[in-house]
Write a protein that binds this ligand. Structure first.
Ligand code: C5P
Length: 223
């Protein structure tokens, strides 16, 4: 069977399940563009909050989203989304954004606004001569790239995830975000059929990455 020359790795999972850390390491190891789609939802959330557009005000939300111009710049190996030419600020990791992001992310119009942009990251990766991309989120293996070459789903016990987030020094509404993300109608957080499901509760980051790397490496020819 012919091996793909450009590979797409999809990693989905709940809040603080280890997606970002593992996808960054995979990006380095396999020369992939790292795409954190949670940061995209966080950026539009910060922008909508700044413009005072409530998630319940659909007409205003549609107008605001339609007016936003998305572009990408590289930050190391990671894709950074610009809205109207501006990068996201530190506030995208704030408690305020943590508390609001899943409400905006549940709105089909908000998801739709980002769909093409997320798929277009393959062009960014090709343009910058990466071997492929690793994209993390909630619906990457189910909706954005259902035909991805590799699809992983990470989960971990809630207590373990809260501990990890606290160790990072962050405060987060993990349980509430997971509740909203799994129960929404459009693109809910779920392990897609056929994805490799990894329970990282009792695994170190290195062990999680090793499991993924072995699966990826066995199907790849040398870069
Ligand atoms: O990955 P992170 O925890 O930063 O994502 C923030 C929020 O963005 C999630 O809780 C979810 O509501 C939303 N999100 C999403 N779909 C994605 C990525 C993130 O709905 N693909």
């Amino acid at each position: 069977m012919a091996l793909p020359s450009f590979i797409i790795v999809a990693i989905d999972g709940g809040a603080a399940s280890g997606k970002s850390s593992s996808s960054r390491i995979l990006a380095d190891r396999f020369n992939l563009l790292h795409v954190d789609t949670g940061s995209f939802y966080r950026h539009i959330t910060a922008e909508l909050l700044r413009r005072d557009v409530a998630p319940t005000d659909l007409p205003a939300l549609r107008v605001a989203l339609a007016a936003m111009q998305f572009s990408t710049r590289l930050c190391g190996r990671s894709a950074q989304m610009l809205i109207d030419g501006q990068p996201a600020g530190d506030e995208i990791r704030s408690q305020r954004v943590n508390a609001h992001v899943s409400h905006y992310a549940a709105i089909p119009e908000a998801r739709h606004a980002l769909t093409g942009y997320q798929r277009g990251q393959t062009d960014v990766a090709r343009q910058h001569r990466f071997r492929g991309l690793v994209m993390e989120g909630r619906d990457i293996g189910s909706v954005i790239f259902p035909d991805a070459d590799f699809r992983f789903f990470l989960h971990a016990a809630p207590a373990e995830r809260i501990k990890r987030r606290a160790a990072e020094g962050g405060q987060d509404s993990i349980a509430e975000r997971d509740r909203l993300d799994t129960s929404r109608k459009t693109s809910p957080l779920t392990c897609p059929a056929g994805a490799v499901d990894i329970d990282s509760t009792h695994l170190t980051l290195a062990q999680v990455v090793e499991k993924m790397s072995v699966i990826i490496a066995t199907k790849l020819t040398p870069a």
